[in-house]
Design a protein around this ligand. Sequence first.
Ligand SMILES: [Zn+2]
Length: 209
Amino acid sequence: MIKKVLDYLFPNFTCLGCRGEINISEYPNICDGCLEKLDFAVPSKKDNIITPFVYNDVVAKMILGLKYSSDGLVAKTLAPFMRVSVKPKNYDFAVPIPLSKARQRERGFNQATLLAQEIFAGELEINENILSKVKSTIPQERMSTAERFKNQAGAYEVISEVKGKRILLVDDVITSGATTTEVARVLKEAGAKKVEVLAIARVVSYTEQ
Ligand SMILES: [Zn+2]
């Protein structure tokens, strides 16, 4: 009976890190084992990129869940960790890294927007009318850093006024930093005063291949 009540109250009782069952006493949506494996970056801020976690297996599984389910559960679970890493008053608005129109249509949502909404609900304006992805980029998994930067060049366009604005970009994971570097470049060129990046995790072992 109690189990039925609990199941009713907590319908998503599966760990987002390992898909295992979660005990009531454990952290919402992350089992104790996965929580232990989460590698806190405390939060690290390097090259204007702020990330609460270091990228590892558990984070990788959660990010996969973020991309392929629109229920927002992963975003809800990770948002508090990202929220404590930044001060909303330091920015004029948050800008989710846009997907290409084709990708957005295919997926039905932008995971960076889901994240931004969960992180800042009412605390910081989320502006999706600043950037447009004008060139489809090729999946970058097997690319070297140099190839990634080349792939991203000219992929984004600033489509509204950003002069003097302090902007926080929101992305899921930072690998080489090619995407956010390119976006920051076009925003600065258009007159933005400050551009920083908030992401779930950063790949720290990433090196030139
Ligand atoms: Zn787990």
